[in-house]
Design a protein around this ligand. Structure first.
Ligand code: SAM
Length: 288
């Protein structure tokens, strides 16, 4: 690059490539979890994992500087981008100006009524390299009804571990059961810290979450499961009989607890982390 061209690009003819990268990194907003994916092979691999076609409507959460977006535009039917950062949203708007297939929504994804910005929410495919500080609320929001067709997300490896954890392990908990009682989850691949700028402190992993169809639970059943699961893992060191009887969110009569535990073939001394998601579903629906 000629010095003049460099000046036009970054305004400082003497900057080295490393300085430019540093300046870009410095501008990233930590509070918004801005670690941009700069490895082009990984960008492609994540988009390929979604496997969206020109017939598909896609929602991307946190498009940032367009690392995934650039591989989606023109290859999917309709693309909706939700980005909280006004400068990044403005840059995306400018970049994709005049494209009727791309819509940019500048907002906090947690505040957006997603069905209202999508044509067919239940047929939408979701993708995102999402901010680490709000991974769990985003996943639960995406699993609200009407649920999308599928979701490919880059999350921190520790959250991927918790969601996919085997029963009986330390990582198995409310997040594992909450997600897996309504969706199938696959851990696709790991992404090292070096693939991002600025470099994050933690490793990442890509997950595919596919909501189960037809819906396995009705909304009332889902609410029951949520209550029992939340209470159980709040008291995860206690035994099941005690949790069901004494946790203030449940408070079920002792006789009823004993009856249901017998009927379900469950030991009152079992700890919550030994119950598969399906066991929680059956237990909650028998109890409440
Ligand atoms: N997709 C880009 C990439 O892979 O390089 C950016 C990923 S960066 C980890 C997360 C992105 O989510 C940032 O662009 C950030 O501004 C955006 N973001 C953070 N909080 C958000 C929120 N509540 N709603 C929507 N976008 C958010």
């Amino acid at each position: 690059m000629s010095p003049g061209r460099r000046w036009l690009t970054i305004g400082r003819p003497w900057s080295s490539a490393a300085e430019v990268r540093g300046a870009q990194a410095a501008r990233a907003k930590k509070s918004l979890g801005q670690n941009f994916l700069v490895d082009a092979n990984l960008q492609r691999k994540i988009v390929e994992a979604l496997g969206a076609s020109p017939d598909d409507e896609v929602l991307e959460i946190g498009p940032g500087r367009g690392a995934l977006t650039r591989h989606l535009v023109g290859r999917v039917g309709r693309l909706t981008l939700v980005e909280i950062d006004d400068a990044l949203a403005a840059a995306l708007r400018e970049r994709f100006d005049g494209r009727p297939d791309v819509r940019i929504v500048q907002a906090d994804v947690l505040d957006v009524d997603l069905p209202s910005i999508l044509t067919k929410p239940e047929n939408t495919r979701v993708i995102g390299n999402i901010p680490y500080n709000i991974t769990t609320p985003i996943i639960f929001k995406l699993l609200e009804r009407p649920r999308p067709l599928d979701i490919v997300l880059m999350v921190q490896a520790e959250v991927a571990d918790r969601i996919t954890a085997s029963v009986g392990t330390k990582s198995y908990g409310a997040l594992s059961v909450g997600v897996r009682s309504v969706a199938r989850v696959e851990r696709l691949f790991k992404v090292g810290r070096g693939a991002f700028r600025p470099v994050p402190r933690v490793e990442s992993a890509v997950l595919r979450i596919t909501p189960i169809r037809p819906e396995p639970l009705d909304p009332t059943e889902e609410e029951r499961v949520r209550r029992v699961v939340r209470a159980s893992f709040e008291w995860r060191r206690k035994q099941l009989r005690k949790i069901l009887r004494d946790h203030p969110a449940l408070n079920i009569k002792a006789d009823r607890v004993n009856e249901v535990l017998n009927q379900q073939g469950l030991s009152g001394q079992a700890r919550p982390e030994t119950l598969e998601p399906e066991r929680f579903v059956a237990l909650a629906n028998a109890l409440l």
